[in-house]
Design a protein around this ligand. Structure first.
Ligand code: 13P
Length: 350
């Protein structure tokens, strides 16, 4: 029997646990260049100790496990420790949260396709996944980015990224790690909601075709897509309910019901908008008395972390206020999973 089949039960249990109980995932796996860029914008020194202190702040937020089933760590973070010496991974496990790790090594320029990128990291991935599994990780993440623009995305870019995502997913399942499969159609551009919905649909179709070609077990994975929204520079911005309708109709057409969970990325939306849209997406089913085929959850980085990062600003004195802001956004997204997020939740907290 293949190792992946031996892991089938474990994969299904982990995948279900990641999206259980109206909670979601917290992505805190920014690569060092991305983390440093965000630190620079917030006036925080870009040092290994500042990154460690920030990740400690997040992981020691009381009550986080009431909202978050799993955290996605970065290679540097998964090897780090709290000030008192306890490893971050044990901290996560003791809190009853499932540890995961980003395993791609970033998006690089795609040869022959100006303006497009391919995510790398397949070489040696089997060995790295085994190491992470030994450390205690139970799931992994790989992000592909699809840019929209004049004539973009190309078929070649979608196909190359879908292929890499599928290769990664099956390698993860072989060692018992649940793959978070993240094809992100970037928000930049002036495209209409309809064009972006269609592009997201085409991308997801190719991702599931490649997952099928590689023999991925759909029941043991989580899809992490973008919501279908208007391009950031589009002069007509779709309403929250239009976004919910476009996103749900797109997903219903292409995501097999065997997939247990869809955990959206936030992609640069504000925390409030991401919560409002996630709530409307869930409400769309609740209001009609129907149950969606998959859990509709969240796996946000910026839409949970950004206010906390700005409040912290690298200063110990701001630590508790930053943790309160982090927990607030996490709670808003639990409400959103129930279709119960309302904007007044923001004023009550302020
Ligand atoms: P955002 O929610 O900030 O888009 O990040 C999600 C993520 O994990 C990107 O890979």
């Amino acid at each position: 029997m293949g190792r992946r089949l031996m892991n089938a039960q474990q994969l299904m249990e982990t995948a279900s646990a990641l999206v259980a109980d109206d909670k979601g995932l917290l992505a805190m796996d920014e690569s060092n260049p991305t983390c440093n860029r965000r630190f620079a914008q917030a006036g925080i020194p870009q040092t290994i100790e500042a990154r460690r202190a920030y990740r400690e702040l997040i992981l020691t937020t009381g009550g986080l496990a009431d909202c978050i089933n799993g955290v996605i760590l970065y290679d540097e973070t998964i090897r780090q420790h709290r000030k008192d010496g306890k490893s971050f991974i044990n901290l996560v496990l003791d809190a009853g949260v499932i540890p995961g790790v980003k395993v791609d090594i970033g998006a690089k320029d795609l040869a022959g396709r100006p303006g497009e990128r391919i995510t790398e990291g397949l070489d040696g991935l089997r060995d790295r996944l085994e190491d992470y599994s030994r450390m205690g990780a139970r799931f992994a993440k790989w992000r592909a980015v699809i840019a929209m623009g004049d004539g973009l995305p190309s078929w070649g870019c979608i196909e190359a990224n879908a292929h890499a995502l599928a290769r990664y997913a099956v390698l993860c399942q072989e060692v018992g790690l649940v793959p978070i499969v993240e094809p992100e159609v970037l928000m930049d551009g002036d495209q209409s909601l309809e064009l972006r919905r269609a592009t997201t649909e085409r991308t997801l179709q190719r991702v599931f075709a490649q997952l099928d070609a590689q023999g991925a077990m759909l029941e043991g994975m989580i899809l992490k897509p973008n919501m279908a929204i208007s391009g950031l520079a589009c002069t007509t911005q779709a309403s929250v309910s239009e976004v919910a309708e476009a996103t749900v109709s797109c997903l219903l057409r292409v995501v097999p019901a065997a997939v247990p969970g869809i955990a959206f990325l936030s992609g640069g939306q504000s925390g409030e908008l991401a919560s409002a849209r996630l709530s409307a997406i869930n409400l769309r089913f609740k209001a009609s008395g129907k149950t969606p085929p998959w859990a509709l959850a969240f796996s946000f980085a910026r839409a949970i972390q950004q206010p906390a990062l700005e409040i912290w600003a690298g200063k110990e004195a701001n630590r508790e206020a930053a943790q309160r802001a982090l927990l607030h956004r996490a709670r808003c997204n639990v409400a959103a999973r129930r279709g119960e997020y309302v904007a007044s939740m923001e004023t009550i907290a302020a």
